[in-house]
Design a protein around this ligand. Structure first.
Ligand SMILES: Cc1cc2nc3c(=O)[nH]c(=O)nc-3n(C[C@H](O)[C@H](O)[C@H](O)COP(=O)(O)O)c2cc1C
Length: 343
C-alpha cells in the first residue's frame, strides 16, 4: 500500500493513492455507475467532493444517458466524469456508448464495462481518449480484461448491491481483493485496482486500501444519498434494514422481465414478494405473469414489499441519506484517521 493521509479539521481530508494521482482526485473513491440511480446530480456531487463519478448508463438507454451525462458537464470539465454500461446489453444496442464517445467537447474520463466481454468496445473507448474500467467477479476474468486494455480493474465481491456473480461463482471482497492485488503486482503492475462490495464507511475504505486496492467503487452507500435518483420509499426501507436483510437471486430480474444471462444474479432487499418466490425459481420462470402483476402494482404504488430496493450487504451500515458530500467527507475522515493510526 502506498497511501498518504492528511486529516485536518479545517480543510477537507485528502487521501492519496495511485488512483487519486491518476485522476486528480482527493479521495480514492469512484461512484459506481448505478443504473437509474447515478444520475447527473449524484455524479456532480461526488466529483465536487473529490471522487471520480460514473453515470449509470446501465442498460444503455440513449435518452437517459444523454440527459444525465450532459447535465453533469461541470464534473466532466474537472476531468472526474465517466459512464458505465452493462456489457451484454451493449451487444444488442450500443447507441448510448456511441453517443458518449462522440462528444468531442465532453469526453468521458473513463468508461466502465461490467458483465460481458469488453473486447468489442475497448478500441473505440480508448480511441476516444477514455480509460477502460472493467468490473470482474472472478480471477479467471482478469486476463480478458487486460487483453481489452483495462486501465482499472474492479474486483466486485458478492456482498455488492445490484448485479454480480451468483452464489456458486461469487467471491467475497475480503479475500478476492488481496488475491487480485498480488496477481496484478506479478502480471500487470501498472493496472489500478478498485474494490467493490461492502465499502460504506471509512473503516471499509481503509480496509480495502490495506488489502492492496488503489481505491473503492462505492454503490449502496451513495445510492442512499440525497442526490441519488432512487425512489424515496426505497431509501426509507434501506435505512430500516440490517445487513441480514438482502439476498442474491434471479427473482427481481424475472419480475422485471430482464433477460440476464447466467451466471449473474441480483442482490436487493429480501422483501415479502422475494421471500415468496426465492425457493421456487423454476416455478416463477415457468409462470411469472401473476407475480409480475404484483410487482408492477408495487412499483406503481411505491410498495417496497413488492417493488425492489437495490442495495448490498452494506445496507446494515447505512442509517441516513445525507448529501453525497457529507457521506464522502465522513468516509474520508474516518479512513484517514484509521490509516494514520496504522502508520
Ligand atoms: C442500485 C445499484 C445499481 C447498480 N447498477 C449497476 C450497473 O448498472 N452497472 C454496473 O456495472 N454495476 C452496477 N451496480 C453494482 C456496482 O457497480 C458495484 O459493484 C456495487 O454497488 C458495489 O457494492 P456496494 O453496493 O456494496 O457498494 C449497481 C449497484 C447498485 C447498488
Amino acid at each position: 500500500m502506498n497511501t498518504t493521509a492528511t486529516p485536518t479539521s479545517a480543510a477537507p481530508v485528502t487521501l492519496g493513492t495511485r488512483l487519486t494521482r491518476h485522476y486528480g482526485l482527493t479521495l480514492p473513491v469512484v461512484l459506481a455507475p448505478m443504473a437509474l440511480a447515478s444520475g447527473a446530480a449524484l455524479a456532480q456531487a461526488c466529483a465536487d467532493a473529490g471522487a471520480l463519478a460514473l453515470v449509470g448508463g446501465g442498460y444503455g438507454d440513449l435518452a437517459w444517458t444523454r440527459h444525465e451525462y450532459s447535465l453533469a458537464r461541470p464534473a466532466q470539465a474537472a476531468g472526474r466524469l465517466g459512464c458505465g454500461f452493462i456489457t451484454w446489453k451493449l451487444d444488442q444496442d450500443a447507441s448510448a456508448l456511441d453517443w458518449l464517445l462522440d462528444q468531442p467537447e465532453n469526453r468521458p474520463r473513463a468508461v466502465m464495462l461490467s458483465f460481458g466481454d469488453p473486447r468489442p468496445y475497448a478500441p473505440r473507448i480508448r480511441a476516444a481518449g477514455a480509460d477502460l474500467i472493467c468490473q470482474v467477479q472472478r480471477l479467471e476474468q482478469v486476463p480478458l480484461a487486460l487483453e481489452a486494455g483495462a486501465r482499472v480493474i474492479v474486483a466486485q465481491g458478492a456482498e455488492a448491491g445490484g448485479h454480480g456473480m451468483n452464489a456458486l461463482n461469487g467471491r467475497a471482497t475480503l479475500s478476492f481483493v488481496p488475491e487480485l492485488a498480488d496477481w496484478l503486482a506479478a502480471h500487470s503492475p501498472d493496472t489500478l485496482l478498485l474494490a467493490a462490495g461492502g465499502v460504506a464507511d471509512g473503516r471499509s475504505l481503509a480496509a480495502v486500501l490495506m488489502l492492496g486496492a488503489d481505491g473503492a467503487l462505492v454503490g449502496s452507500r451513495l445510492w442512499a444519498s440525497a442526490e441519488s435518483l432512487a425512489p424515496a420509499g426505497a431509501k426509507q426501507q434501506a435505512v430500516a434494514t440490517s445487513g441480514d436483510g438482502t439476498a442474491r437471486s434471479p427473482v427481481f430480474d424475472i419480475l422485471r422481465r430482464k433477460n440476464w444471462p447466467q451466471p449473474y444474479d441480483f442482490r436487493a432487499i429480501r422483501n415479502a414478494l422475494h421471500r415468496r418466490w426465492e425457493s421456487r425459481i423454476d416455478a416463477l420462470q415457468a409462470d411469472p405473469e401473476a407475480a409480475r402483476a404484483e410487482y408492477d402494482a408495487g412499483v406503481a404504488q411505491g410498495d417496497y414489499e413488492a417493488a425492489h430496493a437495490t442495495v448490498g450487504e452494506a445496507v446494515g451500515l447505512i442509517h441516513d441519506c445525507p448529501p453525497a458530500a457529507e457521506i464522502l467527507r465522513r468516509m474520508g475522515e474516518q479512513a484517514a484517521a484509521l490509516l494514520g493510526r496504522q502508520a
